[in-house]
Ligand binder design. Structure first.
Ligand code: RET
Length: 279
């Protein structure tokens, strides 16, 4: 499987894509990337500041997981901004965006770097959420494995050009993996958060996460990869706004709470042992 053949099939270099995005006329798209570089940077600084005097091991681990979400994000958006993780890809003949041209090339602009980097950012969101709920590593790592599977199959959905049916089959696979994660959050972690005394924080994070995460497959279906009802700049802003909710807002809600180190969080000094006991 030659990934490079798929993503570089149009032959435009990163420099040519950068020129297309930032050379004028695509300001809206350019801003959807740059805004997130700024916000990810500010979030990292915010965590450093708010977490500076944490002492409890669980609180520190949660702060690190939260920071890594934005570390991945700032790198991800740098990849998109530079043109490195963008490509112009020709859709299958029966796809609604078939026959489009972008920057003088046949195809549509695919922001495949997004799907790639979600593979690395979403596990840290789930590690932070799972630790806040007081869950065990089996469940935390299960959600991490399924989110990686979800993102990689989402990447495959975006890059498959052989058949429209197979694009949507990848989408179905990815959505199935997504539902496993939703189940663990809504059922297991909700129960565990009640037992470990973090239900108030967890409920807020759960709503932001579950509602926010459902936005991604909906946007994929409406955007240029799916039914092509939304243009690329609008789709990109959609993902950027969802990222603001699911990453930076979730991070600040969690870190403000953790930084106050209420008893329910500082109970984590023995986190290692309670982890293996809880079911
Ligand atoms: C795709 C398309 C295929 C079906 C599904 C998807 C779900 C994506 C999700 C992404 C979440 C990303 C986050 C990123 C923050 O860094 C791949 C769009 C189900 C849920 C939270």
């Amino acid at each position: 499987f030659d990934v490079r053949h798929h993503i570089l099939q149009n032959g435009l270099t990163d420099a040519e894509l950068f020129e297309y995005i930032f050379g004028g006329g695509n300001t809206l798209l350019a801003l959807s990337f740059v805004v997130n570089i700024v916000l990810a940077g500010l979030t990292i600084l915010g965590i450093v500041y708010l977490g500076r005097s944490l002492t409890d091991p669980r609180s520190k681990a949660i702060a690190i997981a939260l920071m890594l979400i934005s570390v991945v994000s700032i790198s991800s958006y740098t990849g998109l901004t530079s043109g490195l993780t963008l490509s112009i890809i020709e859709m299958p003949a029966d796809h609604p965006a078939a026959g489009s041209t972008t920057a003088g090339e046949d195809g549509v602009l695919v922001m495949w770097g997004r799907y790639l980097t979600w593979t690395f950012s979403t596990p840290f969101i789930l590690i932070a959420l799972g630790m806040i709920a007081g869950s065990n590593w089996t469940k935390i790592l299960t959600t991490c494995a399924f989110t990686i599977a979800m993102c990689v199959t989402g990447l495959a959905a975006a890059l498959t050009t052989s058949s429209l049916a197979l694009r949507w089959w990848w989408f179905v696979l990815s959505s199935t993996f997504f539902l496993v994660i939703v189940y663990v959050i809504l059922v297991d972690w909700t129960r565990e958060a009640e037992r470990t005394g973090t239900a108030d924080l967890f409920t807020t994070l759960k709503i932001l996460t579950v509602v926010g995460w459902f936005g991604y497959p909906i946007l994929w279906a409406l955007g240029v990869e799916g039914f092509a009802l939304l243009d690329v700049a609008i789709t990109s802003w959609g993902y950027s706004i969802l990222d603001i909710i699911t990453k930076y807002i979730v991070t600040f809600v969690a870190i403000f709470y953790v930084a106050n180190e209420p008893a329910s969080i500082t109970g984590g000094a023995d986190y290692g042992s309670t982890l293996s006991e809880s079911s």
